[in-house]
Ligand binder design. Structure first.
Ligand SMILES: [Zn+2]
Length: 303
């Protein structure tokens, strides 16, 4: 049973927006591409998981905190006896595992996923304990990409390769766990602890004036559009939505990029590329946000 859906992380959404609104520095561009690749791999894992119809509780993409340390979980399967912790890697091509380190073909060392999952498992153990649960955790690293080849002398029982995944999930689903209230309660508690708005420290620098303005299509990120009185059409992929929803989406994007800037009619008007009237934007802001009047300006915040 799926208890929590996967959503794109703040970093992912932020880089996605910036990538279409400015020239990202090379390092950030690579970071963005990795986010896209990683997310695609995780979605693929979700599809396998979904298909295999597990009887336990599935929670995808959790950002949790233990004693001021933030850690992230790709997927969790809570059963009556065990909590399965999955770290999904979408690596492609040849990799080498030696002396407890991972190397690419060209000799670059990458962050060791074994160390990463050990860290998550440790923190998760402590979070579960603090919630009053003493369940064993089974960590697994899923290499989801069939194009991935790991050359290593020793097999590792924490590795699960794409060709092993269907059989693994089939065996797991045959165990037919019953979901108890206790498990359900734990799943709900973990969902509540998930930090949806977590912003990592290391984010690219940008400012309002430098970014390209306009409403971006949520599907293909094009800024070209056609519209009628109420409807917005992407000129590239034909995505269609109400103008109100396109503006609401842009307000959310503005808030994501500028969490500390006041939301004003003027700013949102500029942000949407000055394509819709200030009156229209004011109405939408009034509808969804709380209005504050100060001597200098009128601004909006979450209701
Ligand atoms: Zn489009």
């Amino acid at each position: 049973m799926l208890l929590k859906e996967r959503t794109k992380s703040v970093t992912h959404r932020l880089l996605e927006s910036l990538n279409f609104r400015m020239n990202l520095p090379a390092e950030e561009k690579v970071n963005y591409e990795n986010q896209v690749k990683g997310f695609a791999g995780e979605k693929q894992f979700d599809a396998y998981m979904n298909q295999s119809n597990q009887s336990g509780l599935v929670l995808n993409d959790l950002v949790l905190t233990y004693r001021n340390t933030v850690f992230q979980i790709d997927s969790l399967l809570i059963t009556t006896d065990v909590v399965y912790l999955y770290e999904v890697k979408n690596y492609a091509g040849p990799y080498f595992y030696r002396e407890e380190s991972f190397f690419t073909e060209s000799g670059y060392k990458i962050l060791n996923p074994l160390r990463q999952i050990d860290r998550s498992a440790t923190f998760l153990h402590n979070v579960l304990l603090s919630l009053g649960y003493q369940l064993p955790i089974q960590p697994l690293i899923v290499f989801i990409n069939p194009e991935f080849n790991l050359y290593s002398l020793l097999p590792n029982k924490l590795f699960l390769f794409s060709n092993q995944l269907p059989k693994y999930l089939h065996t797991l689903s045959n165990q037919n766990f019953s979901t108890t209230n206790k498990q359900l309660e734990l799943g709900k508690k973990l969902s509540e602890l998930h930090n949806e708005t977590y912003r990592p420290d290391k984010l690219p620098n940008y400012d309002f004036d430098q970014l390209k303005k306009g409403i971006l299509c949520p599907v293909c990120f094009s800024a070209s559009y056609r519209d009628t009185r109420q409807t917005y059409f992407c000129a590239v992929c034909a995505h269609k939505e109400t103008i109100t929803s396109a503006i609401e989406r842009s307000i959310l994007e503005f808030r994501l990029l500028f969490p500390d800037s006041p939301i004003t009619t003027n700013r949102i008007y500029q942000w949407c590329g000055a394509s819709y009237s200030k009156e229209r934007i004011r109405l939408i802001l009034k509808m969804t946000y709380r209005r504050h009047l100060s001597r200098q300006m009128t601004y909006y915040s979450e209701k």
